[in-house]
Design a protein around this ligand. Sequence first.
Ligand SMILES: *Cc1c(COP(=O)(O)O)cnc(C)c1O
Length: 441
Amino acid sequence: MDPLLFCGNLVLTRTRAYAMRASEDSGAPSFRIVKSSKRAQQTNNPIREFVQPDPPRKLPEGRSLIKLSNGDPTTYGNLRPPKEVVAHLASTITEGVADGYSLSMGSVAARESIATWATETAGGSSTSKVSYSTKDCFLAAGASGALECALGTIADEGDNILVPAPGFPLFRTIAGGYGIETRRYKLDPEKLWEIDLETIESAADDRTRAILINNPSNPCGSVYSRQHCEEIAQLAARLQIPILCDEIYADMTFGSSEFTPMACVCSDVPVLTVGGISKKFVVPGWRLGWILVHDPVGALDEVRVGLRKMTTRMLCPATPMQNAVEYMLSGFSGHLRDLMKVLEENAALTETRLNAVPGLNCIHPQGAMYAMVMVDTAALGFTDDYQFAEKLIEEEAVEVLPGRCFEADNFFRVVYAAPASILEEAFDRIDAFCRRHIVNE
Ligand SMILES: *Cc1c(COP(=O)(O)O)cnc(C)c1O
């Protein structure tokens, strides 16, 4: 059964049971049970289901929970946004210069600064520069708001989009709510999670409205080479399907891995690129993201109008943040370098430590703040990755997300943004756990 459906039905069944019990027990005046919409019922987020179980899981006596589960770099307080940015935002608020509404798609100043920044960074060392102007940029409440706006604009109920597996479940959560079908294409762990392009080709049909590409990847921590990006672009051109690119981890790469913005290899494919500040500036709670429209072939005129209309559904994203983004994008490359140095060291620690554990195989991470770890569930005596992750919490108080949340059987995802000392403690526990459970080495 589809794990999303499974989680959703479980919640529904429970909720109904509670409602019935409440009306029987309390003797309160009765009222018919109010139904939720099909849209809400089709909206499921498997990560929330796993990390907020009802009733809560029991932890082992005397041990505090180590969370390597949340894709939130602020969890342990070791990573912070630049001080100057915090001060800038504080003064924006105390001076009351951004208390009102802006245009629904975002203020001209904020969009102009994002368009300029994207024009300067897109293309990297290459000659194939992409040029953006203010009218190409639409702001939203976080990259997730941008994804919702983009998906709601390019596809109708009954249409489909192609999403990666393993992949970030939010794509399916949003699409599900809109009644947009999600079809999987496969990422290959043997090729550091490059796309198996044939699976895109076989999944696409005449109702496919976009190929969703997430690079660098959550949950894989992979970064596509420029050549691979070009292959993706060629395929999209041949299939005549636009690309929707989630680049929230743009420039968050390690070592020799270099980030290639998808748009800069797409000279004959329209691209909507989703970006934001949550991860790079360590401020996921600040909620600002954007869509950039790259339309080298003049195919997106109607989509631009659609995006504009869709942004009017929420009036506008937080205006103090719009004010801050201009300042944020004007500098702070040193801050990103420092952040990536910490994450790269943590990634190396994660890979070394977990590859020394019997039954585990960490696929080499190249960026973002994630790694996917293959679990030999049979050798460890578990039925699947979900049971592995549950037992790891119950016995060792370490929380990782089971591969099932990302449609990756026999994997789990590690977030390595925590301080190295906490990571070491978590890896000690995982090591003890696996050595205790291993059936045949
Ligand atoms: C965190 C994340 C998002 C959401 O970003 P916000 O700007 O906080 O909404 C979107 N896509 C991916 C792949 C992410 O990991």
